[in-house]
Design a protein around this ligand. Structure first.
Ligand code: GDP
Ligand code: PGA
Ligand code: MN
Ligand code: MN
Length: 601
């Protein structure tokens, strides 16, 4: 019997039609639905999710929904994520690998009949503007309504994208299933998923296969899987950069504008910095992106960045009027999905850090009664808001310009209690690449596994480099060599998370990070002073604007300190890290390590 929806597709794109048919025949859904991206479709699907018990409509935010996942399906699963290159060496020492044929036979058996009792949705999407010279198309197949509505927020989707794909434009096929077929008469659960999970990239075929999870980073395949893992491979081949970076626009009191990109690991401050409200007079920040930057060189030799996304998928806890008022203003307008936060009795959302005092009663993310005495968090530490970027009140109008914006500075950063100063300027591009390649950070709840463990997270891309990380470092080195040094962005390393002996943060962070951005700009303009240290240029205590800041001189000194003993302890760790890459590691990085060692001795 023919599958409804399969034979009356709204396209004649032959490769797309053949692939949809092949996948529908394998997964045997009850019907195939082509996603058009209209408001009517959103109304219908969100109502279905409410009826299924997956969504609770919020009384206090228009067109917005509270959602609790299965407690086992709350974060990216790095141990289940694979780069299935033909040659194992191309996945490198930092990725899981399986031969593509072997992975395909394992997953084909998982996919066989896996959409039984469900609908297969076909989501045409485009990462970045459809008006781009080479629009970056993808098509996600999914059996999850949650994925469809989330993709509508996070990416450009629907009929206009399908039309732009024409009859033969290339696209990335992105296959997703929850892996939870329904037998006739079987009742569904609010959050179907499978205990078997695979998040798989085939870099040569530029194809994605995901199975078993509904969580954003595992299931919204335009984001991490396409825009980072697959795109990083395209970028290597084509001479550009696909990076885990926010993009912001900074305007000085003299009305000079600068675009800054910054890479921090997941849950280390990208969304907050991207939407920062400066505490120093006369400076403004506007947002262009909060998670991913695609950067290509322009004819003028400058590096131009585009945000391929269309929405914000932000960490909820810690987001409040004091810390990130622009995120609060963005979600207040509604049209948002909140996953694994708490629900208030009057139909709003709440999470730790939204307000100083918790409401007297909540429904927690596991659906249980919660009071401040419960002794547990009301919201999962990796709970998320999913909201349209166009609602951000400080969105820079040029965020959707296909050619992007010229980047003046790149910041790398992580979460380190010790060692790493508040801000350090690299001596040059290669030193900056060394900073990126050795970036370290404490693990967070954004991925399953232990939290708070220091690990190397090169360029904040450890979970997202779609090929051998040694080759990726080389790509960064070559990028520097191939372009005029004077036009390249300057590179900085920041750490908002250094702690005092009593465990408190040395630096107040959030809006006060504008002071660090100001120093960065003044370094670009050549006006701010710096001390040359073994690890790079660090602000002198009086070159950082701390006017009006409640921070003791002693605290500032500690935040900026370069402790030679702490750094010497990094050397064997960096050595061990570099050894992993064998002869893939560019020799310039060994040279940089030798320089560091020498300067510390
Ligand atoms: P992203 O995942 O990289 O986008 O990180 P977010 O901006 O969502 O921040 C992750 C967590 O770190 C949230 O709980 C924030 O409140 C917290 N955070 C962000 N910026 C700062 C900062 O400057 N200082 C401190 N102490 N915490 C921060
Ligand atoms: P984040 O995005 O970087 O904002 O946490 C999600 C992720 O990286 O998993
Ligand atoms: Mn991210
Ligand atoms: Mn974020």
């Amino acid at each position: 019997m023919a599958t409804p929806g399969l034979d009356n597709a709204p396209t004649t794109h032959a490769r797309l039609l053949a692939w949809v048919r092949e996948m529908a025949e394998l997964t045997t859904p009850d019907q195939v639905v082509w996603v058009d991206g209209t408001d009517e479709e959103w109304e219908r699907l969100t109502q279905e999710l409410v009826d299924a018990g997956t969504f609770t409509r919020l009384e206090k935010k228009p067109n917005s929904f509270w959602c609790a996942s299965d407690p086992s399906d709350v974060a990216r699963v790095e141990d289940r994520t694979y780069i299935c290159s033909v040659d194992e060496a191309d996945a490198g020492p930092t990725n899981n690998w399986m031969a593509p044929d072997e992975m395909k036979s394992v997953m084909t058996e998982l996919y066989r009949g896996c959409m039984r009792g469900r609908t297969m949705y076909v989501i045409p999407f485009c990462m970045g503007p459809v008006e781009a010279e080479n629009p970056m198309f993808g098509v996600e197949l999914t059996d999850s309504e949650y994925v469809v509505v989330s993709m509508r927020v996070m990416a450009r989707i629907g009929t206009y994208v399908l039309e732009a794909m024409g009859t033969d434009r290339p696209f990335v096929p992105a296959m997703h299933s929850l892996g939870a077929p329904l037998e006739p008469g079987q009742a569904d659960v609010p959050w179907p998923c499978s205990s078997t999970k695979y998040i798989v990239q085939f870099p040569e075929e530029r194809t994605i296969w995901s199975y078993g999870s509904g969580y954003g980073g595992n299931a919204l395949l335009g984001k991490k899987c396409y825009s980072l893992r697959i795109a990083s491979v395209m970028a290597r081949d084509e001479g550009w950069l696909a990076e885990h970076m926010l993009i912001l626009k900074l305007t000085s009191p003299q009305q000079k504008t600068y675009y800054v990109a910054a890479a921090f690991p997941s849950a280390c401050g990208k969304t907050n910095l991207a939407m920062l409200e400066p505490t120093i007079p006369g400076w403004t920040v506007e947002t262009l992106g909060d998670d991913i930057a695609w950067m290509r060189f322009g004819a003028d030799g400058r590096l131009y960045a585009v945000n391929p996304e269309f929405g914000l998928f932000g960490v909820a806890p810690g987001t409040g009027w004091d810390t990130n008022p622009n995120a609060m203003r963005t979600i207040e307008q509604g049209n948002s999905v909140f996953t694994n936060v708490a629900l208030t009795d009057d139909g709003d959302v709440w999470w730790e850090g939204m307000t100083d005092d918790a409401p007297a009663h909540l429904t927690d993310w596991k659906g249980r009664d919660w009071t401040p005495e419960s002794g547990e968090l009301s919201s999962h530490p990796n709970s998320r808001f999913c909201t349209p970027i166009t609602q951000c009140p400080i969105l820079a109008p040029e965020y959707s310009e296909p050619q992007g914006v010229p980047i003046s500075a790149i910041l790398f950063g992580g979460r380190r209690k010790t060692t790493i100063p508040l801000v350090t300027e690299a001596r040059d591009w290669n030193h900056g690449v060394f900073m990126g390649a050795t970036l370290s950070s404490e693990t967070t709840a954004a991925a399953t596994g232990a939290v708070g463990v220091v690990r190397r997270d090169p360029f904040a891309m450890l979970p997202f480099i779609g090929y051998n990380a040694g080759d990726y470092f080389r790509h960064w080195v070559e990028t520097g060599k191939a372009h005029d040094a004077a036009q390249l962005p300057k590179i900085f390393y920041v750490n908002w998370f250094r702690r005092d002996a009593d465990g408190g943060f040395l630096w107040p962070g959030f809006g006060e990070n504008s002071r660090v951005l100001k120093w960065v700009v003044e370094r670009l303009e050549g006006t701010a002073a710096a001390v040359e240290t073994p690890v790079g240029h660090v602000p002198t205590a009086d070159s950082l604007d701390v006017d009006g800041l409640d921070l003791s001189y002693e605290q500032l000194r500690k935040a900026l300190a370069v402790d030679a003993d702490e750094w010497r302890a990094e050397i064997p760790q960096i050595t061990e890290w570099f050894q992993k890459f064998g002869d893939k590691l560019p020799s310039t990085l060994w040279d940089e390590l030798a320089i560091l060692e020498h300067r510390l001795s």
